[in-house]
Ligand binder design. Structure first.
Ligand code: AMP
Length: 505
């Protein structure tokens, strides 16, 4: 059977792993010796498309046509809070796709759908892998944050389809990390995965019983990641500069790009040392033409104070997920750190005091997810009884809009998947011949605060008095967390099945 590679499609960086002939999992190395490829796409002034390192290298000079952190936008409605907040932060342009059900990004005078951008990044990872392996790569297990909605998962699958890469299975990043930790060790443990990457935060409590990986509860924050830690430092530097020189640099895109780059590098430096310089020479000029510099020093302690609230937000999610899983700190055998931002020392300290023991060093924070995906991909090609069994859950409730904008829950948060549930719908006025539903995912009682997944329309109900029709509507969530809906009219026997995603094509 053809090889199935594992791809970690990250907000900041992506990477791939594969299983070699001897059954060992390895990362696919890239030119510069590292195995990560920046998840960045750009169009240069000649109209050439650049992906990965090439795109990152020209980012400072071409911020408007350089698309980064696009994973935060994939599968989102244009009107969602996430899109709103992102449009304040990024330099590239965004606009509404058809029906506002998606976001389009403008780069080099062209509009791209989010799945097209993800397709380019996946395509680059695939090319690097196939060049290295010397074979064509047609199948992959791709990881997504546990907190991804149904619609976001579907968008990743679509991205694969656009480049004829079969995404054989989508698995959750924390689950993949648990696989990297537990496969082949014959352990029976409960572990907590703390996954703080560039853009999102995920937590899962997973019970490992040899080759069975059962997610007990999962949760996260789709708007909490390394970029927010950078942002805290950027704001601090801007404030400091404003007080010192009475100049607001926030409206100067070139200065902002230099500050952003340095903020991230300084943040990373501060994970290894106590103090780091923060200097940007000639960042701007006064009205008299005098050059101004940023010349500061940031201590680890300052940075830890600046970001203390962000770390607290992660701990609040950890507590909630542990409550959902009905476990206490002492029930957790190991706390596994995943994602680049989890390297920050103050995160280690706060987790150590929360759990009464330091986090595990058993998995590499940048590699565990791709490795877990590759292990799972390999197990799918394995005919022996070494198959890995994943028992996952949905991260947020799924349901439909009820009267007055209320959210009628069909699946509760952390419902196990695969799963199917049905409801019986009826007509609410005389002569009504169709049933229209809006499907949402989220944890709020009001649909306005949840994410719209799509519309479901069942037509052809026999005309009759209100309440006379009986339509059984089935919600079916597959192992990947993707929803399909079907309906059947009990009187006419008419049936229909649909993928709930709102499609444009
Ligand atoms: P990921 O999405 O897992 O690649 O995580 C990338 C994020 O981790 C980015 O925001 C990086 O700035 C951040 N990061 C990488 N290395 C470190 C480090 N040593 N200390 C703190 N943050 C880091």
């Amino acid at each position: 059977m053809a090889r199935i590679i594992g791809i970690d499609l990250g907000t900041t960086n992506s990477c791939a792993a594969y299983t070699d002939e001897s059954g060992k999992v390895r990362l696919v190395p890239y030119k510069d010796g590292s195995s990560t490829i920046p998840s960045i796409f750009a169009v240069d002034d000649k109209g050439n498309e650049l992906i990965g390192h090439e795109a990152k290298r020209q980012w400072q000079l071409n911020p408007r046509n350089t698309v980064y952190a696009s994973k935060r936008l994939i599968g989102r409605n244009y009107k969602s809070d996430v899109v709103n907040t992102m449009s304040d932060v990024v330099a590239y342009g965004m606009k509404a796709g058809e029906g506002e059900s998606e976001v389009l990004i403008s780069a080099g005078g062209q509009d791209f759908r989010m799945s097209e951008i993800a397709a380019r990044i996946l395509g680059k990872v695939r090319t690097v892998a196939s060049d290295y392996l010397g074979e064509s790569v047609e199948k992959a297990v791709v990881t997504v944050p546990a907190y991804f909605t149904d619609k976001q998962r579907q968008a990743v699958k679509d991205a694969g389809e656009l480049i004829s890469l079969e995404v054989v299975r989508i698995i959750n990043e924390p689950t993949a990390a648990a696989l990297a930790y537990g496969v082949g060790k014959n352990i029976h443990e409960k572990v907590l995965i703390y996954d703080l990457g560039g853009g999102t935060f995920d937590v899962s409590v997973i019970e490992i019983r040899d080759r069975v990986f059962e997610v007990k509860a999962t949760g996260g924050d789709i708007f909490l990641g390394g970029l927010d830690f950078d942002h805290a430092l950027i704001q601090y530097v801007l404030e400091h500069f404003k007080v010192k020189h009475q100049v607001d640099l926030s409206s100067d895109p070139v200065a902002m790009q230099r500050i952003k780059d340095l903020a991230e590098r300084t943040k990373i430096d501060l994970s290894a040392r106590e103090v780091a310089p923060f200097s940007v020479p000639f960042v701007t000029m006064t009205s008299e033409g005098m050059p101004l510099n940023i010349d500061m020093e940031i201590s680890r302690e300052d940075f830890s104070t600046l970001t203390s609230r962000l770390v607290q937000r992660t701990l609040d999610v950890v507590k909630r997920v542990m409550d959902d899983a009905a476990v206490k700190a002492e029930d957790i055998h190991e706390v596994m750190l995943v994602g680049g931002q989890s390297r920050m020392p103050s995160i280690h300290e706060r987790l150590t005091s929360f759990f009464g023991k330091p986090p595990s060093k058993a998995v590499h924070p940048d590699e565990a997810v791709a490795i877990g995906a590759a292990l799972y991909g390999h197990s799918l090609t394995d005919d022996t009884n070494l198959r890995i069994q994943l028992l996952d859950v949905i991260p947020m409730a799924i349901g439909l809009e009820a009267a007055g904008g209320r959210f009628h829950e069909v699946f509760e948060r952390n419902a196990p998947i695969p799963n199917a549930r049905s409801i019986t719908g009826t007509t609410s006025f005389d002569g009504q011949t169709n049933l229209a539903m809006r499907i949402f995912q989220g944890d709020s009682k009001s649909v306005a605060d949840n994410e719209l997944l799509g519309h479901f329309l069942f037509e052809g109900i026999e005309s009759g008095p209100a309440g006379s029709a009986k339509v059984e509507v089935v919600f079916d969530i597959n192992v990947e967390g993707i929803l399909t809906m079907s309906a059947r009219d009990a009187q006419t026997g008419k049936k229909m099945t649909t993928n709930i995603q709102v499609r444009q094509n």
